[in-house]
Design a binder for this molecule. Sequence first.
Ligand SMILES: [Zn+2]
Length: 1018
Amino acid sequence: MFREGEAVRRIQSGLLLLGFVMASALLGRAGDTTPGRDPKQPINEEYTKKINEYTTQPNFTSPLVNYLPASKTVPAPDSVLGDVAGAPNILPYSHQVYQYMRMLEKASPRVKVFSIGHTEEGREMIAVAVSSEANLAKLEENRARLAKLADPRTIKLDDAEADRLVQASVPVYYITGTIHSPETGAPTALMELAYRLAVDESAYIREIRNGMVTLITPIVEVDGRDRMVDIYRWHLAHPKQNYPPLIYWGKYVAHDNNRDAMGMTLKLTENVLNTFTGWKAQVLHDLHESVPYLYDNTAGDGPFNAWVDPILTNEWEMLGWRNVADMTEMGMPGVFTHGEFDTWSPGYLMFIAAMHNGISRLYETFGNGGADTVERTLPPDEYQRTWWRQNPPQPKTLWSQRDNNNYEETGLLTSLHYFSENSRLFLKNFYLKAKRSVSKPGNEGPAAYVFPGDEARPGAQAELLRVLQKQGCEISRATAAFSVTIPAKKQPRRPAAGQPQGGATSGAPSADKTAAPGPTTLQFPAGSYVIRMDQPYSRIADALLDYQYWSPEDPQKTPYDDTGWTFGELFHVRVVRVTDLKVLDAPMEKVTKIAPSSGVSGSGTIYAFNHNGDTALATLRYRMKNASIEAAEEPFEAAGRKFNRGSFLVKDASDAELERAASELGLQAYAVSAAPTVKTHPVRAARVALLHTWLSTQTEGWWRQALDSMQIPFDYISTQTVGKTEDLRAKYDVILFPPVGRGDPSQIVNGLPTAWGNPLPWKTTAETPNIGKEDSTDDMRPGLGWAGAARLKEFVQKGGVLLTVMDTANFVATLGMTPGVSLGRPQKMKIVGAVLRAKLLDDGSPIAYGFSEDLPVYCANGPIFNLSNLSGGGGFRRLGPDQTMRATGRGAADDPDFVPGRAATETPEEPHAEPWEALPLTGEQLRNPITVIPPADRPRVIFRYADAKDLAISGLVDGGSEIAQHAAVVDVPSGAGHIVLFSNNPIYRGETLGSYFLVLNAILNFDNLNAGRKLAEK
Ligand SMILES: [Zn+2]
């Protein structure tokens, strides 16, 4: 158990051993206050007894949480829970957690509850502030001081004034719980933490209370929490049965809710960011539960995010190792930091702080996915000792939700205390990080990012600017034309690792491909948008808009998440990184509303809309239900302008309705009196179904989010529904089948084993009122089944379009539904969530409408499509040139061999095809062409991946030559319909707006996908 007297000495030597001499000398011992209760304050005997009863091992607790102080006026958590926090079998719903927090607010002047917004399903999110009465009474004055530190321009970057503000202020430490719904412990831990902070009179807690404001959002994913509690209640009511997995968390996505801090697509991200920046908080500390017993991944593994301030990375180390030291001192096993989590991607919720001059922190504690007390057995890699885990968890232990709560609360309390004791240092750092963000143009640069005023896709440009606005970035607009100098691009002395000689293109914007020998001048028209880097939140703009290079030789071999994300590329808009400081003197004004020019110009009854890939065009089609809309199959000129192939010609529309729609959707219409003479076909508001499995809904959720945001209606159907639907074609024109996230296609057919166990219902009942809303089933286990697969095929035969992506493309190809397309087996290829360049091959295809030569796409390891003109053919195509080398023989490599004693014979020309093509048919194959696919049924390649040297735009691309030049988007005619296959994921995390229209084109032109097709002769 805990030996209090030894704490100080051992922590000091621990720090020295770890080599953090500097931190130790700078900060000294984190105070002389001993953690533990004040003997003068009575304890809540009954509650304390339960705490210790539910703790499964004496060293799974600490002097900070092994008792509960008593209060005559403030209710303890058992007043709502019916038992102590972390008690077995108890998981409170969000409304119970909120009820308790509001009871605290009512009973204690040290607690205030704030509503911070709502979820997609309308549930409230809250933030609970706990601090001394004095601090809470002066919250606004404190916030005003913090606001000045947060924006040093307000004090003219005056360090002396900053010091004065630091002296007068208390910091805000923001804790967020339960973003991941099956990680269930945080709400009760945070209820009890709030109680302790409000009530406990021990010196240790008083120092926290007086020294800072603790801000708590007990539940981030509120929709998912309530569903998780439903499932847990079902489990308690059916103790002998298997229970349904939590297939839906939030309305749209599951664990990816913690990857949204870049795209800011979900309400929970926006609400937490607004709270963090609104409170001018210094820390965002997010609670998770997947690693034994407490993994503080604050000080993670490399590579670190390239855009964070080194001041922050030092803070990570200080806080992380301090935390380990304190809890190790208390005798708690299994507390460690560093670990294997790399700190590269800024997509995690906690990274909101890292990108906004605060401190990001994250705990993984050990959760049981509910409140059962169970024996847990660890795999060796979780209990073995490593240099960063000197006191590892036990291989086997009985573990309870109370144990988890003990670890969460102890970790947080020691962190809060350390932070409060060093609040001057951390507040000063907060100021310094903001100051260095403002000083960015003159330091590391760049000076600004410019979004040119003559952008071809103003809608996508506006969407990207809106993301930056949500991130808190200030946006300016040039009131006159201006020019900047772009420095010459230096030729790299050595190629980037993994890149062919002379072809180091990673990190090179497509616009820079023609690298000039000397500096060049770049002109920008009036109306260009400028993201100035002399603003406090310049860091997030830089991180989103810059390029990412991850060396294939990086020692980190298991990147934790995506390695590339360059937003300008993925939104497919031009963004210019400008280092020339002169850009800051360009005449410009701040803008709050981003509104591309829109409306109707000219006069006439036919309206032409240029197809530029702006997603609002698809919204327009669904909104103008009664208008007749045609797509031009060739480029044309009208109203004195050039229109791209695929442009819309709208007839029979109410003028007023069209004008209103155009201006609300940010679209420009050109009215003409006569239709241009160009071949057209109808653009229809296709009836869309989005198909999901009962295996996982994580990745398809981003597709639902995108369709909803574009106001494109769809039916949401499961693989089980497909199997039961008599005539899919009678109901739908297009079925979208986004990635499932399961590698094995047979699982889509088979589902989960049904030969044993019990049905797993997903439906609304009195017991489970929060589930079964998106879709429902009596049993989640059955998959598509063979009958379902046949129905999908029949749907296509009858003229439907089935759109498949990554693993679902693998599924249709493996089932033989796409003759002529097979999948190559990757050898060494490693493309970890990266931005790749795709090339347009068939600009006549309606799928390509609105696109031109190059398109940046999001890719995560393929698949690699191979094409063949033979049914069942293809298989493994030849890879690379070495396999076509000549055999050993006479002469040089290029020479023909000979046969001694025989006259030379002419060798026939070998069939040749590019990697994206099928090999031409040979005379041998055509002699009796029973396996040859008829020309009209052969796969049509719309986009292919770029050549190896041009492939990588951002992120880790290792062994890219295996997928380079291979088909990326393929249209396979089948009966009267089509199957479309994607190797990239065109709709992903709200980050890939530039490729959304590949999907929208397939929808809007579903009955004319053969337009512009040139068939082979044979
Ligand atoms: Zn988690």
